[in-house]
Design a protein. Structure first.
Length: 227
């Protein structure tokens, strides 16, 4: 199977929310900013900073929760964490393109915006929220707690962090590192023998009857991931 084929396959497995949620969030943020010619409205600033990262985090959580064939994945040669990481590339790529387009459109409306600082801020918050959402989904077996974590983190940023830490690299760099760490922990938990697989909480399912959690079925089904 060629690289183009399995990238296309992973795109289908991600679901439409990977493409729809970030784009809708960016359009909402742009509309809020464009509706205020002076650029001083609180709603526009909040949506510009948080809407796209929050939507991407929810899309990433949905990617992890969407797949219900754990035993199949564990029986295939491709490690399951690699499969999940490959799928998460899609929301990351969509968000990167959307963020650049959003900031460019905001600048085109005449609003003063620091291109690189804004993109760095968006990247940091996106990494932190997405890493937290993926980790929470893996650990809890459901995307619902991840939604609560995303909302709580956004509120903490707006009400606490923004008042104590200047925006820019001082916020973005720790957020990038935290997001990378949470994503790495989530992928580690998805490995055979990892806590999420061993405890049978992946995707909200306990061990199947007659199948021990964290072990493959012993039979390879299908060939789409034998790459």
């Amino acid at each position: 199977m060629t690289a183009a084929t399995w990238w296309t396959y992973e795109r289908r497995r991600c679901g439409r929310q990977v493409f729809v949620l970030p784009v809708l969030a960016a359009l909402l943020a742009y509309a809020a900013v464009a509706a205020d010619p002076a650029g001083g409205a609180m709603l526009g600033r909040v949506l510009l900073a948080c809407a796209l990262p929050a939507a991407t985090a929810l899309a990433c959580a949905a990617v992890v929760a969407h797949d219900s064939l754990l035993e199949l994945h564990l029986s295939l040669p491709t490690p399951y964490p690699r499969t999940v990481a490959r799928r998460l590339v899609w929301p990351a790529a969509v968000t990167a393109v959307t963020a650049v387009a959003l900031v460019a459109l905001v600048a085109a409306t005449g609003h003063h915006v620091d291109l690189w600082s804004t993109l760095l801020q968006l990247a940091g918050l996106t990494a932190l929220l997405s890493g937290g959402a993926v980790w929470m989904t893996v650990r809890s077996g459901s995307a619902a707690p991840a939604t609560g974590l995303v909302v709580a983190t956004v509120m903490a940023k707006l009400l606490l962090v923004d008042r104590a830490v200047p925006e820019g690299a001082s916020q973005a760099l720790p957020a990038l590192l935290g997001g990378a760490l949470l994503t790495a922990l989530a992928l580690r938990d998805l490995a055979p023998g990892g806590p999420a697989v061993r405890d049978g909480v992946v995707l909200g399912r306990g061990p199947r009857k007659g199948v021990r959690a964290g072990h493959a079925t012993g039979r390879q089904v299908g060939t789409e991931e034998t790459r």
